[in-house]
Design a binder for this molecule. Structure first.
Ligand code: AMP
Ligand code: ZN
Length: 462
């Protein structure tokens, strides 16, 4: 039974889907006017662990992620320059080119990190009509009102506002630099639709003239379209709790008159050297920056997996070094089981599998699950353990099937063992499987394990 921490109730709750055996999930996606940094990617790794756990538990997933290719404004308070427009001006490319370029890089980063793509990827610019319809309905119901620069949501009509963040409006405003717009009925009223200045590059026709959607309406309109309401799960980073998700709830519930999402689940932030990541400090690292320094994307994934998603994670290069070393050790250890013969007893593997499932089902306790993995692989080399490792990896996503011996170990293999490996290779080439198996058994009796890869066999001490 999967339990997950629901920000709405501030409690771990049993996951009960709306449709039996299915999990509908919406995840706030990137704004593609820039590269995703490692903090953003931590949030998508969390999303991925959640999706993998649901799949592991047998749920069929319907996941939606938006790609915000309409620039939203520089501040949550609907002020400032449009981010996409700014990038477009600075990089001398059209907003469409900017969006296409960064979307492509984003998906490459996800692939390198073994983050599975949600089933539906929804570009905001493909859903302008749905957004306009949504805004129109809110206006018709009396929740939206028009002023000179756009259509705004009337928070005064939605008394439940603030139920997710548990902040009252004054507290919420205290932190945000919202410029006063004297036409708004309340300072926290937010834009559903903005009217565009003629020079604004991305703009669409609407009942209120040329304009572009507010950021929050994108997620509401696209989740409604693909998942219906209510749906099961909504994910994002903790920074989205007080404004973005609060606003989504207000829009959704104003429209449908009922609860829109059953489980709001948020990933904690990544810090760098104990502080905020920021352009001015030069510490908004990307995966490509880590790769340039000799790390692999999966070293970073392993680094993230060591900290529970609801805890802050402080990124340092020392920490990443430690993760890289541990991950390499893990692959070496796993290889010993991969290359070992079956030991004819599944009971140990089954015991560990049960512990593993209990850990991930307890609010995605992946750090504990990793601990169980480490304990398990200390058992005597045995194929059954390797098979359990592959099961764990369905959730961990660490490509443990690619486990190989450490380079130094391969270099230390005695000539006698190498000779047996060569004979086994020849036996396989001659399709003499019985002989190949007998040779593998002999190699293992002598304390070595052999396995086959695309580049040929690999052998190492067990
Ligand atoms: P954005 O493109 O700014 O909307 O961010 C994309 C995702 O990354 C959102 O879910 C944010 O909550 C999340 N995010 C932004 N900064 C960080 C950070 N430092 N650590 C973890 N997640 C973050
Ligand atoms: Zn969103």
């Amino acid at each position: 039974m999967l339990k997950i921490y629901n920000t709405l109730s501030r409690q771990k709750e049993e996951f009960v889907p709306i449709r039996q055996g299915k999990a509908y999930m919406y995840s706030c996606g990137p704004t593609v006017y820039n590269y995703a940094h490692i903090g953003n990617l931590r949030t998508y790794i969390f999303m991925d662990l959640f999706r993998r756990t649901l799949k592991y538990d047998g749920y069929k997933l319907k996941g939606v992620m938006n790609i915000t290719d309409v620039g939203h404004l520089l501040s949550d308070g609907d002020e400032g320059e449009d981010k996409m427009q700014k990038a477009s001006r600075e990089q001398k490319k059209s907003p469409w080119e900017i969006a296409a370029f960064y979307t492509d890089v984003f998906f490459k980063d996800l692939a390198a990190l073994n983050i599975g793509k949600p089933e539906i990827i929804a570009k905001a610019t493909d859903h302008i009509k749905e957004m306009i319809d949504y805004v129109q309905k809110l206006v018709d119901k009396g929740y939206g009102y028009e002023i000179d620069d756009g259509i705004y949501f009337d928070i005064g009509k939605f008394p439940a506002y603030g139920k997710l963040s548990r902040l009252n409006l004054e507290e919420q405003q205290a932190g945000a630099r919202v410029e006063v717009n004297s036409q708004k009925r309340h300072p926290a009223d937010f834009a559903l639709w903005k009217k565009a200045e003629p020079e604004h590059i991305m703009q669409w026709e609407s009942p209120w003239g040329m304009g572009y959607p507010g950021w929050h309406i994108e997620c509401s309109a696209m989740s409604l379209k693909y998942l219906g309401m209510p749906f099961d799960i909504h994910t994002g980073g903790v920074d989205h709790i007080p404004v973005h998700h609060e606003n989504e709830i207000a829009q959704n519930e104003a429209l449908t008159g009922e609860k829109s999402v059953n489980y709001w689940v948020h990933g904690e932030f990544m810090l760098v050297d104990g502080g905020k990541m920021s352009k001015s400090l030069g510490n908004t690292y990307r995966i490509a920056d880590l790769e340039e320094r000799g790390y692999k994307a999966l070293d970073f994934r392993y680094f993230c997996l060591n900290t529970h998603y609801r805890k802050k994670l402080n990124f340092t290069f020392e920490g990443l070094d430690a993760a890289k070393a541990a991950y390499a050790r893990l692959l070496t250890q796993v290889f010993k089981h991969k290359s070992a013969p079956a030991c004819g007893d599944k009971s140990a593997a089954e015991r560990y599998l049960a512990q593993f499932k209990e850990a991930v089902d307890d609010d995605l306790n992946v750090p504990l699950a990793l601990g169980i993995l480490w304990t398990m692989i200390k058992e005597k080399p045995c194929r059954e353990i390797y098979e359990a490792v592959l099961e764990f990896d369905k959730v961990l996503g660490l490509s443990l099937d690619k486990a190989q011996p450490a380079q130094e170990e391969q270099e230390d293999v005695p000539a006698e063992i190498l000779e047996l490996c060569e004979q086994r290779k020849a036996a396989k080439a001659a399709r003499d499987w019985a002989k190949a198996d007998a040779l593998r058994a002999r190699i293992s009796e002598l304390g070595y394990g052999v396995t086959d890869t695309k580049e040929g066999y690999k052998v190492a001490k067990l």
